[in-house]
Design a protein around this ligand. Sequence first.
Ligand code: 6PG
Length: 253
Amino acid sequence: MNNPAHQFHVFRGPTELSPALARRVASAAATAVQERGRFRIALSGGSAMLRLAAGFRLLPELNAYWGAWRVYWADERCVAADDPNSNYGAARAEFLDDVPIPADQIFPVDGTLLPEEAARAYEAALRREFAADGDAWPRFDVILLGVGGDGHTASLFPGNPVLTEMVHWAAPVWQSPKPPPTRVTLTLPVLNHARQALFVAMGRDKARVVQKVRAVANGDLLPAQRVHLTAGPCEWFIDEQAAEQPTSESHHE
Ligand code: 6PG
C-alpha cells in the first residue's frame, strides 16, 4: 500500500532527473507569477540544489521567470556565506550567480550569527515577506527538500524537539548529527503549508528511507514522513538506485 501523501517519479539517473526537476520548478514559477506575480521558493542544501542547478544548466532556454523569484532556504548551516558548508554560498556558486534574480530578492540566513539569533532574524525576514498574506503560516510556492539516510529533511533530525515546534517559522538546531553542528531550519508547519514540496533522493543509500516513506506511515514517523502537505502530495524525484528494494545488508546513515 503506497502512502498517498508522497508521489514518486523514478529516473534512470541525474541526466534525466535534473532537467525534469528544473522543468517542474519552472512550471511552478509560471503558475505563481500568473496567480500572484511572484515565485517564492525555499532551497535545501546538498544534492537537491545540485540537481536543480544542473537541470537549469542543461536547459539554458527554459523560461524560469527569474525576475519573479524570491529565494529563501529550508535550512542553513551557521557558517559564513563563503564557507564551503554554506547552503547559500553553494547555491550562489551553482546557479544563483548565473541567473537574473535581483539580489534584493534573495534572502539568506545570516550564518555568522548564533543559531538562536540567526533563526530570529530569519523568521523576521520571513514575516516581512509573507505579512501581506495574513496567514498564520507562510505558504511557499515550492520547498525543495532532500532526505538523509536517517530520514531527516531540511535540518529536522529524528528525535530533535524542533520537530514539534508549532509557533516559530524558523528554529535553531544545535548538535546536528550531520555536520556542521549548528543550523537554522524551517519548522514542520511551514513545510506542510507549502503549495509544493519537491524531494530529491538519489543513490542506494537512500533506498531504505525512500521505501519507508513510500509505505503507509505508522508508528514513530521519520521527519521526512511528517512532511504532509495540506495542498496535495509531496513529489519525489528519485533515481533507480533509490527506488530499489533495499537488501537486508544495505547500510544507511
Ligand atoms: C542540509 C540539507 C539536508 C540535505 C540532506 C540530504 O543543509 O544538510 O538541507 O537536509 O537535504 O542531508 O543531503 P544529500 O541529498 O546531499 O544526501
